[in-house]
Design a protein around this ligand. Structure first.
Ligand code: FES
Length: 107
């Protein structure tokens, strides 16, 4: 089957373990893959506040906390807890042939 050109394989599915984050680069973009409570999230690694890397931050359930100024974002809604209009950028993804594929266009 021919894949749509904008989905790219980034990681073996088994390499992303529960409760962990994995940073990859796609066409120069830092993209963070997270598996939390059985769900996969694929987000831009750069915090919408001042661009710090979420990959250096911490996870608390489905909340990710930026390491620079401790802003807390809900991975499910992508919203900053204090101001829901500020959101993490996320990417569409799928699992196929044992791999996680990410679509480069932002959601
Ligand atoms: S850069 Fe992320 S909270 Fe400031």
């Amino acid at each position: 089957m021919v894949e749509p050109a904008n989905f790219v394989p980034v990681l073996e599915e088994k390499e992303l373990q529960e409760g962990k984050m994995k940073l990859v680069r796609i066409e120069g973009l830092p993209i963070l893959l997270i598996k939390q409570q059985g769900q996969i999230y694929v987000i831009d690694d750069r915090c919408p506040h001042m661009g710090c890397a979420f990959s250096g931050g911490t996870l608390e359930g489905t909340t990710i906390i930026c390491p620079c100024h401790d802003w807390r974002f809900n991975l499910k809604t992508r919203e900053y807890e204090e101001e829901p209009l500020i959101k993490i950028t996320s990417y569409e993804w799928k699992i196929e042939s044992g791999k996680i594929w990410v679509k480069i266009a932002e959601e």
